[in-house]
Design a protein around this ligand. Structure first.
Ligand code: P5A
Length: 444
């Protein structure tokens, strides 16, 4: 695709209103545009990255047997009155009246709505467990929306809900999501650490936040460095193995500041392993038993003929926040180089030909390379403008395709100037380049 044909409104300099690097970069390369405080439009480059993240999140949900649904953004206040959260949620909830004067709201989360769907059709334990998820816009009227799409008012969330017959089965569901989250973040090339966390307005007494380290993060964290060496590889989706996995993580002290206790931290973590830092919350899982099913009468028939309320959990991933979180983790601000993980990169490779008024040969070469890439399912972006080579490279460094091919004076014969965006240039043939990129993509 030619850059001249794309809608990528690039700014020359960093916008002054943006305080953190993800917000700066997203505005600079035209990934988003603010429409009002904490509300953004997603432009092609940003939307492309977000859709790729969404797809990875979806695949990992499907792998644990969760089924995708789509609930509306606008909900009726009735179900929230049933659960008792209508008043509790306070000013963060955007309340709306329809033309019949009915109280509606823009959903900040969906525990009530999904419980209503569940109770209307599931009557017997035989239909359990059920894991349902959707990926949908949410609205929270945050008092101080900030840092672009990191803490905004309208944001895109994957939220899943589990329904089980008893606590034991419910913990099995919880642990499935625990594993699925570790795998999801790994595919995004992020190290997200599960941390014991507070449950806030969602409720319950078991909860983990998944946090990636970043100086600009809003969550204070206290952790044992050894937790970073753990792996989830090889974990089977069965009770014992999933329980062991969670225990493996929980053996290391790792909490957010609401749960922090200085004495406990110092007792459980030896000095060299102590890490106090900041992070970004990219996911949050909760177990809350019958907090919603009880007041909303979400019960099922048990084997002996009795009835009981289903045991529920909910599991969120900040899909739109992840776009910013990946930038915070990967953007080299000093050298102005963004390297997207290939799993979510807007393009796999950028082709940068040096174009003169009276010499089109570099562009022709770029077109030929692009044809070969297309045959191999490699997505490339060609800078077909007549800007000088160094400003083209700067621009592509910000757009962040992880590989670059530069077609300049040095390019003669079959060998091409190829580089991983943050590494040295090497001169290799197109066949070899295709092999390298395909190998990287196969790892996703
Ligand atoms: C879990 C799913 C819940 O809402 N109910 C359904 C539960 N959890 S949560 O922690 O409140 O949110 C889940 C994830 O959504 C992201 N997030 C946000 N992203 C951008 N701007 C916001 N204002 C915002 N609020 C929450 C976070 O990644 C969070 O982990």
């Amino acid at each position: 695709m030619y850059i001249s044909k794309l809608f990528i409104p690039i700014l020359k300099n960093n916008p002054s209103e943006a305080k953190i690097k993800s917000h700066q970069l997203m505005l600079r390369v035209g990934m988003i545009k603010q429409s009002s405080a904490g509300i953004y439009s997603w432009l092609p480059l940003g939307f492309k990255v977000m859709k790729k993240i969404e797809q990875i999140v979806r695949e990992e949900q499907d792998k644990i047997g969760a089924q995708e649904i789509l609930m509306p953004t606008i909900q009726s206040s009735e179900i929230w009155k049933e659960s008792g959260r209508y008043e509790d949620y306070g000013d963060e909830m955007l309340r709306i009246k329809d033309r019949q004067d009915r109280e509606m709201l823009y959903g900040p989360t969906n525990e009530e709505l999904v419980t209503d769907i569940f109770r209307s059709s599931v009557k017997s334990y035989k239909s359990l467990p059920q894991l349902l998820y959707h990926i949908q816009w949410k609205f929270r009227d945050e008092i101080r929306p900030r840092f672009g799409i990191m803490r905004c008012r309208e944001f895109y969330m994957k939220d899943a809900y589990s329904f089980d017959i008893n606590d034991e089965e419910a913990l099995f569901s919880y642990n499935k999501f625990f594993l699925s989250y570790l795998k999801t973040f790994k595919r995004l090339d992020l190290t997200a650490i599960p941390m014991a966390a507070d449950t806030g307005p969602i409720g319950g007494n078991l909860s983990h936040e998944f946090i990636i380290l970043a100086e600009t993060g809003e969550s204070k964290i206290f952790t044992d460095k050894r937790i970073f060496d753990l792996e989830s590889d090889g974990t089977k989706i069965e009770k014992k193995s999933l329980e062991d996995l969670r225990k493996k993580y929980e053996q290391f002290y790792s909490v957010t500041d609401e749960k922090f206790n200085k004495d406990e931290f110092e007792k459980k973590v030896s000095e060299p392993n102590r890490l106090k830092t900041k992070g970004i919350e990219v996911g949050h899982i909760f177990y809350f038993g019958d907090k919603y099913s009880k007041p909303m009468d979400g019960s099922v028939d048990l084997p002996g003929g009795k009835k009981d309320f289903v045991k529920m959990g909910s599991y969120g991933i900040g899909v739109s926040r992840l776009v910013g979180a990946i930038i915070e983790a990967k953007y080299d601000e000093k050298n102005e180089v963004m390297k997207w993980p290939i799993s979510v990169a807007p393009y796999d490779v950028s082709i940068i030909p040096m174009i003169n008024k009276n010499d089109n040969s570099a562009l022709e070469k770029a077109n030929k390379i692009n044809l070969e890439f297309e045959k191999n399912n490699i997505d490339s972006i060609i800078d077909d403008t007549d800007e000088n080579l160094s400003s083209k490279i700067k621009k592509m460094n910000l757009i962040g395709a992880p590989f670059q091919i530069i077609i300049g004076k040095q390019t003669e014969g079959e060998l091409l100037e190829f580089k991983e965006i943050d590494k040295e240039t090497q001169k290799i043939g197109l066949g070899e380049i295709i092999k390298i990129i395909k190998e990287q993509k196969a790892k996703i």
